[in-house]
Each structure stands twice: as C-alpha cells, then as structure tokens.
Design a protein around this ligand. Structure first.
Ligand SMILES: *[C@@H]1O[C@H](CO)[C@@H](O)[C@H](O)[C@H]1NC(C)=O
Length: 257
C-alpha cells in the first residue's frame, strides 16, 4: 500500500510537473486523506507502529520514503528503550504470574535473529530493509558469525537461566548455519541454553509460523511447560499451540511469514 502511495505521488508529481515522491508537501496537498497536514516523520512513524500492531503485514521491503526513518530508528536510543521495556514486561510476568515449578520442565522460547542477536549490522550495509532481501548474501553474513548481542535480551536470558528455566532457541535459520550460529551466540556471551532448533531440509517448504508451532507442539508433548516466548516476528508467537504468554520485540526492518 505504501508503495502504491509512492507511485501515486510520483504520478501526481509528474502530472503537475512539480516534483517527485520525495517532495512530501505534495502528499499534504494532493492526498489529503488524513484531513490534516502530516510530515514524512508522522507517516513513517505510523507505518512502523502499524507494522508492530500487525495491521501492516507481508511487506517485502520498507517503503522507500521511510527507509531513512527506519534506519534511524533501528540505531536509536528509542529502539533500545522500546526493547528494554519489552524485557521489563517479561520480567514482571516471570516474577508475578509464572508458577515456575523448578522441576526441569519450565521452559522459555527465544528467537535468535533480532531477539538475541542483532542483524542491524547487515541491514546497515544493505539499505535498511529498502531493498528486497538477498537471502544468499544474508546467509553468507550469518555464516561469518559477526552478529552482535542485544544486551537487554542477554541479561534476561541469564536471569531466566538463574531461575532454572530451560532455555530453548527456535530459529528460522537453516540447519547448515548451526555451527556458525552457536559460535556467534557463544562469542557474544550466550551460553547454557538447553537446545537450539533450526530448520531442517524437511521444514524448508513449510512457512515459518507453522514450523515454529510444530516445534512447540513437540516440546509440549515431550513435557515442557512453555511459560513464554520472546520474538521479534509475529510468526514466532502466533499459531497453536502457543506459550502462556508471548512478548514481541520491535522489528520494522523485515517481515517473516
Ligand atoms: C545475492 O548475493 C549473492 C552473494 O553475495 C550474489 O552473488 C548475487 O549476485 C546477489 N543477487 C542479487 C540478485 O543481487
């Protein structure tokens, strides 16, 4: 939709012989759909918000006019504060509403990318989501094991470990990236998880949401009590069976179905 808007603006600009889509004033005057003037920042902030609310789905790329805004957000203090608040809500839940039984069956699921490890260094060099993802290049980058830790997640990971909760990592990364992923996680400070579940060849044709739900089904049938999931994608927390509670970290860079 945002892309259509961009095209619409470009056409308007051309017809009027004025300017291009990047001239935001044209939107104010021609689109008029908000009934009041908005800035590009208003628009992009709203786009980001609607991605997080899961109203905007299945986007391939960040709308061109918002790439700069999204890049700024992902490297901002605001992104850190938003993530920290998510983690704080996890902590509140764990300390008030989790009836941990400490019998070795209490479990928590984490995503890997943009939950424990940051892919922002990759996206920084590749246009902050404004270009269609080249999965070959992305996997080559993952293989280098240079992803950085998300510090707030690392702290929470260690707190859960201290409570005797089994930590289960479920990632849409493919199986061939296992050793690179383990090395990267260990390098930046993660250790002591119970299991790391990656996508095997037989899972590659399944959508990610279904794959992750199947994993949970198996975990539950093998006796785990999944108290929570922390992920950055809706496909990590939707679908049944699920955990008692789920928590979503911000991620407007890409969408995994
Ligand atoms: C994707 O990345 C690979 C590896 O870096 C490169 O060889 C290939 O040309 C890229 N494909 C496109 C469409 O850019």
């Amino acid at each position: 939709m945002a892309r259509n808007l961009g095209i619409f603006l470009t056409i308007c600009g051309l017809l009027l012989g004025l300017s291009t889509a990047s001239d935001w004033n044209i939107l104010n005057q021609k689109a008029g759909k908000y009934g009041f003037e908005i800035t590009l920042k208003n628009y992009c902030e709203s786009w980001r918000m609607n991605v997080e609310l899961h109203n905007t789905r299945d986007f391939d790329i960040v709308p061109e006019e918002c790439v700069q805004y999204i890049g700024k957000y992902m490297t901002s203090t605001q992104y850190k504060v938003d993530s920290e608040m998510t983690i704080d809500e996890c902590r509140v839940y764990v300390s008030t509403s989790c009836g941990l039984q400490k019998d070795g069956a209490d479990a928590w699921i984490f995503d890997v990318d943009d939950t424990l490890l940051s892919t922002v260094p990759y996206y920084k060099k590749n246009g902050y989501g404004g270009k269609k993802l080249n999965s070959t290049a992305f996997e080559e980058w993952m293989k280098q094991g240079k992803a950085t830790a998300l510090e707030h997640s690392l702290k929470f990971f260690n707190e859960l470990k201290g409570l005797g909760v089994q930590i289960i990592l479920v990632s849409s990364r493919r199986e061939f990236l296992r050793s690179a992923t383990v090395d990267n996680l260990v390098d930046v400070g993660y250790h002591g998880w119970k299991t790391l579940i990656l996508r095997g060849e037989e899972d590659e044709n399944m959508n990610i949401q279904k794959f992750k739900a199947e994993v949970r089904k198996q975990l539950i049938s093998s006796g785990y009590r999944i108290w929570g999931i922390l992920g950055d994608q809706w496909s990590s927390i939707q679908g049944l069976p699920t955990a008692k509670r789920t928590f979503k970290l911000p991620n407007p860079l890409y969408y995994v179905a």
